[in-house]
Design a protein around this ligand. Structure first.
Ligand SMILES: C[S@@+](CC[C@H](N)C(=O)[O-])C[C@H]1O[C@@H](n2cnc3c(N)ncnc32)[C@H](O)[C@@H]1O
Length: 257
C-alpha cells in the first residue's frame, strides 16, 4: 500500500499525469518530470521525514486519493501533506474549533482531524467550507483559474470524513456560508481556496475568531499559479502584527498573537 505513494515521477508517462491546476498539464510536464535525473529521489534522501513509517502508517489512507488511483502526484504534494500535519500538531494543546476553507475531496480536512483526534471538546467542530461546485467567478489576479475548476461532489468529502463525528461540512459559496461558525473560536484555520477574493474573505472572517497561539496555514501562498492568494494574504497582514512564515512547500503560516 505505502509503496504506491512513492512512485518516482519518472515512472509516470505523460498521459498518466493528471491536470495539476498550476498550468502544467499532461501535454506540458515540468522539465524536471520530462527529463528526470537518472537516480533523482522524490525528496532529499538524507532527510528522514518521508521515510517515517509511523507517520505514513497513520496518514497513508487519508493521502491515498492524492495518488490519483495509485499513482503518485508528480508535484510532490506529500511534503505539503506532511507540513500540514506538523502545523496542526501545534494546535493540540489549544481550545477551539478548526476549519478548512476549500475542502475538495476532504484530504486536508482528514489530515487535520486525524492529527487532532481526541482533542475536540463537545462543542468544538471541524468546519469544512466548500461550494463543492468548484471555483466561483475568478478575478484579474487569479491567473488561469476559472469558474468551475476543482469541482468535486460533496459526497466524496463526506465519505472520506465519515469517521470523524465532529466534522461539519458546509456546502455553498464563501463568504456567505461562514456565518454558521460565527459563534465559534478557532485554534487552526487551513485556507486553501486558490483565489484572491475567497482568501481575503476567509482571513477577514477568522482573524478575530482565532485564539492567541492559534494558526493560519495558507496552502497556496507560494504558487505562481495562485497569485491572488499571495496578494490577499499580504494585503491582509499589512496592518497586523503577525509574521508570515513562507515555507519551501509553497504554503505559508502565521500564528495569531
Ligand atoms: C485546492 S481545492 C482544496 C483542496 C483541499 N484543501 C485539500 O487539502 O485537498 C480548493 C477548493 O476551494 C473551493 N472554493 C474556492 N473558492 C470558493 C468559494 N468562493 N466558495 C466556496 N468554495 C470555494 C473549490 O470548490 C475547491 O474545492
Amino acid at each position: 500500500m505505502l509503496k504506491t505513494l512513492f512512485r518516482h515521477p519518472a515512472e509516470l508517462s505523460s498521459t498518466e499525469m493528471p491536470p495539476t491546476g498550476d498550468g502544467l498539464t499532461a501535454e506540458s510536464p515540468s522539465p524536471a518530470i520530462s527529463k528526470p535525473a537518472a537516480e533523482a529521489p522524490q525528496f532529499n534522501p538524507k532527510v528522514c521525514w518521508w521515510k517515517n513509517a509511523d507517520w505514513l502508517a497513520k496518514f497513508d489512507r487519508h493521502i491515498q486519493p492524492d495518488g490519483f488511483g495509485g499513482r503518485f502526484h508528480p508535484h510532490r504534494i506529500l511534503d505539503r501533506r506532511f507540513t500540514l500535519t506538523q502545523f496542526a500538531r501545534t494546535a493540540r494543546s489549544l481550545r477551539g474549533s478548526t476549519a478548512e476553507c476549500g475542502v475538495f475531496k476532504g484530504i486536508g480536512s482528514a489530515l487535520i482531524c486525524e492529527t487532532l483526534r481526541g482533542t475536540y471538546h463537545e462543542s468544538e467542530r471541524h468546519f469544512g467550507f466548500d461550494s463543492f461546485e468548484g471555483l466561483p467567478e475568478t478575478g484579474a489576479n487569479d491567473g488561469q483559474w476559472k469558474r468551475g475548476d476543482l469541482a468535486d461532489p460533496v459526497t466524496t468529502a463526506q465519505e472520506h470524513l465519515a469517521e470523524f463525528p465532529f466534522v461539519q461540512l458546509v456546502k455553498g459559496w464563501l463568504p456567505a456560508t461562514l456565518a454558521v461558525a460565527r459563534q465559534h473560536r478557532f485554534r487552526m484555520v487551513h485556507v486553501d481556496v486558490d483565489i484572491e477574493q475567497a482568501t481575503w474573505d476567509c482571513l477577514s472572517f477568522f482573524y478575530s475568531r482565532v485564539v492567541s497561539g492559534g494558526l493560519f496555514l495558507i496552502d497556496d501562498y507560494g504558487f505562481h499559479s495562485c497569485p491572488g492568494a499571495r496578494q490577499a494574504t499580504e494585503a491582509f497582514l499589512q496592518d497586523k502584527p503577525e509574521t508570515l512564515i513562507e515555507l519551501t512547500t509553497g504554503q505559508a503560516a502565521f500564528f495569531k498573537r
